[in-house]
Design a protein around this ligand. Structure first.
Ligand SMILES: NC(=O)c1ccc[n+]([C@@H]2O[C@H](COP(=O)([O-])OP(=O)(O)OC[C@H]3O[C@@H](n4cnc5c(N)ncnc54)[C@H](OP(=O)(O)O)[C@@H]3O)[C@@H](O)[C@H]2O)c1
Length: 157
């Protein structure tokens, strides 16, 4: 089973604050939609709660040790072990901080939106990773509404 991870991060790996995203970049949300459409998306319970709605066209898989009251469309697991036993197709891990950390060792590809911004009051951070273990391809660069780039990282064999 293949694991791909997708995240938008600040200069210091900032991911979120108070269970919200820090930057609002419509074109990045469109990129996220394009990459994840039709796929299985995996997230933590907090990220699931941060979504305004179920994301159309994607099967939602949520990890929670405590909750069971998810909408019927959602598949939930209480442990990574259980999830890995049951899910056999490609997974797109969409956050947040705890879930990225949990899946990093299983991940072979990452799409990171690297935003040239900082948020000193962030409370969720993308895990540090060893960049020498990954091949880096810059897919595109943008300047509006803030300078950022879409970067693909592929795990070296
Ligand atoms: N910038 C981005 O690309 C991006 C993407 C996604 C999210 N975010 C941000 O990230 C923040 C949320 O991240 P977070 O780390 O606080 O929360 P999270 O990773 O979304 O969810 C954490 C929850 O997942 C469950 N969980 C974690 N490890 C587990 C395990 N081993 N087995 C079963 N369940 C497990 C627990 O749920 P229970 O407590 O229910 O047991 C835990 O409280 C928000 O600010 C959000 O906006 C940013």
């Amino acid at each position: 089973m293949e694991v791909t991870l997708i995240a938008a991060i600040g200069k210091n790996n900032e991911l979120g604050k108070d269970n919200h995203l820090i930057w609002y970049i419509p074109k990045d949300l469109a990129f996220f939609k394009k990459i994840t459409m039709g796929k299985i998306i995996v997230m933590g319970r907090k990220t699931f709660e941060s979504l305004p709605n179920l994301l159309p066209g994607r099967r939602h898989v949520v990890l929670s040790q405590t909750c069971t009251n998810f909408p019927k469309e959602v598949t939930f697991y209480h442990s990574l072990k259980e999830l890995l036993e049951k899910e056999k197709e490609e997974l797109f891990v969409i956050g947040g901080a705890q879930i990225y950390k949990l899946f990093l060792d299983y991940t072979t590809k990452m799409y990171l939106t690297e935003i040239d911004g900082e948020a000193k009051d962030a409370d969720a951070y993308f895990p540090k990773f060893d960049k020498t273990e990954w091949e880096k391809n810059v897919l595109c660069e943008h300047q509006e509404p803030i300078s950022y780039r879409h970067v693909e990282y592929v795990k070296k064999r």
